[in-house]
Design a protein. Structure first.
Length: 275
């Protein structure tokens, strides 16, 4: 029986920065006159090094860390939107080789991604935004797709907004619609990038129980990249931190809040001061 939704071992990721230009003088047959030429240098920057992560079926885990550490890049790798340089990834017990690691391959394993900005299509109504990936992948007849859309809208409590356009929605409602769009695809692993960013306290408090309720209903595994570390306390899940290009061991919110580790002291400073 499969118990793990995701297992990542020794993952590395580098990307090429904009190639720099360096002027040289050459006496080669390509530049026999000694005139200055231009050489393009491929400068690769390592973002992730030796990353390991395991997520159980039905488990929620938060990924924290300072800005610019590569948290969103890591989420994009898991979603297949970026290809790791090296490492081993298992989705629900199946190894996906790096040469096959792309968005369609990973999406076919029922992995969904909710972007930080929602990424809703501005000229489509809410119901059509949610239906778009279902239609693209041919996941049922129009009647079946409509049922899936309505169920997802009901779960996120945005059914009454189904005929509105994104610009007519509040930020909180747009977040819910984006999550509904992912949930309509019946993901077994849902990736969320800063789901509470830009939300006021009221919308934040309403969103988190909806996310946790769907996890309980469908036994969905959820990975949340966030600066809002209180999410972990409210959802009762562990936190891992991305620092120095790798992930820490997972621990509870209470563990990190009381920890003397530098990453905890830095990111929990305000919360520790309130104790």
């Amino acid at each position: 029986m499969i118990e793990m939704a995701l297992v990542i071992k020794d993952l590395h990721f580098s990307y090429s920065e904009m190639m720099s230009r360096r002027r040289v003088r050459s006496q080669s047959f390509l530049n026999w006159s000694g005139l200055s030429g231009v050489v393009l240098e491929d400068n690769r920057k390592e973002i992730l090094s030796g990353v390991n992560l395991s997520v159980k079926l039905g488990e929620t885990i938060c990924i924290g860390g300072a800005s610019g550490q590569g948290k969103s890049a890591f989420l994009r790798i898991i979603a297949g939107l970026a290809k790791p340089t090296s490492g081993t990834l298992y989705y629900f017990g199946e190894h996906i080789p790096i040469e096959r690691h792309d968005a369609l391959e990973i999406a076919s394993r029922q992995v969904g991604l909710v972007f930080q900005n929602g990424a809703l299509i501005s000229n489509l109504r809410v119901r059509d935004n949610v239906a778009l990936p279902l239609r693209y992948h041919g996941m049922g007849t129009e009647a079946e797709i409509e049922d899936k859309v309505n169920m997802a809208l009901d779960l996120m409590r945005v059914r009454h907004e189904a005929d509105l356009f994104p610009h007519m929605l509040s930020t909180g409602m747009q977040k819910r619609v984006a999550i509904a769009r992912s949930w309509a695809m019946d993901p077994k692993l849902l990736l969320m990038d800063e789901p509470t960013s830009g939300l006021d306290n009221y919308n934040r408090r309403n969103l988190l129980p909806l996310i946790d309720n769907m996890r309980k209903l469908f036994n969905t595994s959820i990975i949340i990249v966030t600066h809002d570390l209180l999410i972990a306390k409210e959802l009762g899940c562990n936190i891992v931190f991305l620092q120095n290009k790798t992930l820490t061991e997972p621990h509870s919110f209470d563990y990190w809040q009381k920890s003397n580790e530098p990453i905890a002291e830095e990111l929990f400073r305000d919360l520790q001061a309130k104790e």
